[in-house]
Design a protein around this ligand. Structure first.
Ligand SMILES: Nc1ncnc2c1ncn2[C@@H]1O[C@H](COP(=O)(O)OP(=O)(O)OP(=O)(O)O)[C@@H](O)[C@H]1O
Ligand SMILES: [Mg+2]
Length: 524
C-alpha cells in the first residue's frame, strides 16, 4: 500500500478554459483564452467545435462548426491545442460525408486511421512537374477544344442553370477505369441538387472511386467555409500516395459568400467593395494545392475543377476575375447557347485551356488542330449572314462547315464519348465529310460515325495513345469507315445541296453578338 502510494505521482495537464461572452448565428465571442492560436480548434459544451478566427488581445472571435442554439453566454470554452483536421484515406471512397468527416449517407462511421489538417501548405515549386497526361472529360467540346491535363486547374463558370454541374459530374463519370480518384465537394448547394448529383454518380457506378464532401445550404457558414479545404486534404492524401485525383468544388461563389458572412459577423474591417483581397487569398491558397507532383514526390496529381456562378454573364466581376487569374484556364457556359439547345453550352470563344494543350494526345491534336480556328471564323461570318448579305461560295461553305462543327460538338448529359469515337468524329469533321449532310440529320449522322468507330482495329487504337501523329494509313482507314457510315445520310446527287434551310437561319444573339442557329433538334 505504502509502495503504491509512494509510486503515485499525479500527472498535471493544464487545461485552458475561457468563457463565451456572446453568441450569434455562426459565431461566438470568447474571453479568457489568452494563448489561443490562429485557426486553433476550441471546444464548447455539447461537443460543438469552433475555429479561432479573430485573435485579439482581450477577446477572440470563434467560427462555430456546429449548432449555435445550444450555446449561451457564460458557457465554458476549452482550448484543444490542435488545428482543425479531417479523416482521410481509402475508407472514404464511396462515402458521402460532411467537412468534419461525419457520415451523411447512413452507412455508419467512416473507418480510417489517418487524419490530415485541413489547411496545408501548397507543394513547393521544385516538387512540381509539368502537366503532361490528359484527363479525358468524355465531352467532345472540352476534349477537342479546351483539353484538360492531370494536375491542371480549370474553372467552370456561367450563369445559374447553364449546365456547370453537369460538365463536372460527367467528367467524374468518365474517369471509370482510368485509375483516377474523384472528390466532389458540394458547397452551399440545395440538398436536392446534391442528392441528384450523388444519385446520378451512383447509378453509373462512379461512387466506386468517388468521395463526396457536402456542406449544405443551411449548414453554418463556418462549415461551408472549411468544406473545400477539408476536401482538398482528402484529395492530397491520395495524391501523396502517387495517385491521380480529380476534385470538383461546386461552387466557390457560395464559399466566398460564407466567408463574407463570417467577416461581417466578426466585424472584420471591410476593404474596398466587399473583401476582394481576402477572397482572392482564400481561393488562391486553396487552388495552389492542386498540382502535378514530380516523380521524386511520387508523381501523383490533383486536377481541380472549381465552379463559379456569374450574374448576368458578367465575367468581369471580382470573384470570376480572381479565379480566372488563379486557374490555368476556363470553360465559359453561355445562357444564350443553353436556351438554343446547343448543349453543353460551352462558349468556345471565351473558353481557354492554358496548359492542357501539352497534355493532349498528339494524335488528337493532329485531328482537332484547326477546329477552334474554323469555329471562331464561322461565328464571325455568321453575323454577316444574318443581314442576308449575298455571300460568295467560299464564305457560304465556311458557314455551313461551322454549323456542322457546332452540331457535332453537341452532346447529351451523362453520355460520355470515348477517345476513338471522338477521333473518328473529329477526323470526319475536319475532312468535311459532314458538310453536305442536312443539319436536321446531323445528330443521327454523328451517331453513325461513332458506332463505326467500334470497328477501328485494336492496333490502330493502341497507336492513339503513343504515336506522334496520326499516320496516313490510319487516317485513310478511319475516314473510309466514316464515309461508309455517312453514306445513307448524304443527299442524292439529284437533290439540291443542303444549303440554307428555313429554321437554320441566323438569329440575333444577346447584345447583337454573334447570332446562333436554331438547332433542328435539342439532343445530338
Ligand atoms: N448536355 C446536356 N444535355 C441536356 N441537358 C443538360 C445538359 N447539361 C445540362 N443539362 C440540364 O440543364 C439543367 C441545368 O444543369 P446544371 O444543374 O448542371 O446547371 P448548373 O449551372 O450547375 O445550375 P445551378 O446554377 O443551379 O448550379 C439540368 O436540368 C440538366 O439536366
Ligand atoms: Mg450546379
Amino acid at each position: 500500500m505504502k509502495r503504491a502510494r509512494d509510486a503515485f505521482a499525479p500527472r498535471l495537464a493544464g487545461r485552458e478554459i475561457g468563457t463565451v461572452t456572446s453568441v450569434a448565428t455562426g459565431i461566438a465571442k470568447v474571453s479568457g483564452l489568452a494563448n489561443v492560436g490562429f485557426e486553433e480548434l476550441v471546444k464548447f459544451p455539447g461537443e460543438v467545435l469552433g475555429l479561432a478566427f479573430n485573435v485579439d488581445e482581450d477577446e477572440i472571435g470563434v467560427v462555430l462548426l456546429g449548432d449555435c442554439w445550444l450555446l449561451h453566454a457564460g458557457d465554458e470554452v476549452e482550448r484543444t491545442g490542435r488545428v482543425m483536421d479531417v479523416t482521410v484515406g481509402d475508407g472514404l471512397i464511396g462515402r458521402v460525408i460532411d467537412p468534419l468527416g461525419r457520415p451523411l449517407d447512413g452507412k455508419g462511421r467512416v473507418v480510417s486511421s489517418a487524419r490530415l489538417p485541413i489547411e496545408r501548405p501548397a507543394p513547393a515549386i521544385m516538387d512540381r512537374a509539368p502537366v503532361t497526361v490528359p484527363l479525358q472529360s468524355g465531352l467532345k467540346v472540352v476534349d477537342a477544344l479546351i483539353p484538360i491535363g492531370r494536375g491542371q486547374r480549370e474553372l467552370i463558370l456561367g450563369d445559374r442553370q447553364t449546365g456547370k454541374t453537369a460538365i463536372a459530374v460527367d467528367t467524374i463519370k468518365n474517369q471509370a477505369g482510368q485509375n483516377v480518384v474523384c472528390v466532389y465537394c458540394a458547397i452551399g448547394q440545395r440538398a436536392s441538387a446534391v442528392a441528384k448529383a450523388v444519385a446520378s454518380l451512383r447509378a453509373q457506378g462512379a461512387m466506386d472511386y468517388t468521395v463526396v464532401v457536402v456542406a449544405e445550404g443551411n449548414d453554418t457558414p463556418g462549415l461551408t467555409y472549411i468544406a473545400p479545404y477539408a476536401a482538398t486534404s482528402i484529395a492530397e492524401h491520395f495524391m501523396e500516395a502517387g495517385r491521380d485525383v480529380l476534385i470538383v468544388y461546386d461552387d466557390l461563389t457560395h464559399h466566398a459568400r460564407a466567408y463574407r458572412e463570417l467577416s461581417l459577423l466578426l466585424r472584420r474591417p471591410p476593404g474596398r467593395e466587399a473583401f476582394p483581397g481576402d477572397i482572392f487569398y482564400i481561393h488562391s491558397r486553396l487552388l495552389e494545392r492542386a498540382t502535378h507532383l514530380s516523380a521524386e514526390k511520387g508523381g501523383g496529381s490533383i486536377t481541380a475543377l472549381p465552379i463559379i456562378e456569374t450574374e448576368a454573364q458578367d465575367i468581369s466581376a471580382y470573384i470570376p476575375t480572381n479565379l480566372i487569374s488563379i486557374t490555368d484556364g476556363q470553360i465559359y457556359l453561355s445562357p444564350s447557347l443553353f436556351e438554343l439547345g446547343v448543349l453543353p453550352a460551352v462558349d468556345v470563344a471565351k473558353s481557354v485551356s492554358r496548359v492542357g494543350g501539352d497534355a493532349q494526345r498528339a494524335t488528337y491534336r493532329s485531328v482537332a488542330g484547326d477546329l477552334k480556328l474554323a469555329y471562331a471564323q464561322f461565328e464571325e461570318l455568321e453575323t454577316f449572314a444574318r443581314f442576308g448579305a449575298t455571300l460568295d461560295p467560299n464564305t457560304r461553305a465556311s458557314i455551313e462547315h461551322g454549323r456542322r462543327i457546332r452540331a457535332c460538338l453537341k452532346q447529351a448529359e451523362g453520355a460520355p464519348v470515348s477517345m476513338p469515337e471522338q477521333i473518328a468524329v473529329l477526323l470526319a469533321l475536319t475532312a468535311k465529310l459532314f458538310d453536305r449532310i442536312p443539319l436536321e440529320r446531323m445528330g443521327d449522322a454523328e451517331h453513325a460515325v461513332r458506332e463505326a468507330a467500334a470497328q477501328i482495329p485494336a492496333a490502330v487504337r493502341a497507336r492513339f495513345d503513343t504515336a506522334k501523329s496520326l499516320d496516313e494509313g490510319d487516317r485513310t482507314s478511319i475516314l473510309d469507315l466514316a464515309r461508309g457510315a455517312l453514306a445513307p445520310f448524304q443527299p442524292k446527287p439529284s437533290d439540291k445541296p443542303a444549303a440554307k434551310k428555313a429554321g437554320t437561319e441566323a438569329k440575333s444573339g444577346p447584345n447583337g453578338a454573334a447570332p446562333r442557329e436554331v438547332p433542328a433538334e435539342k439532343k445530338s
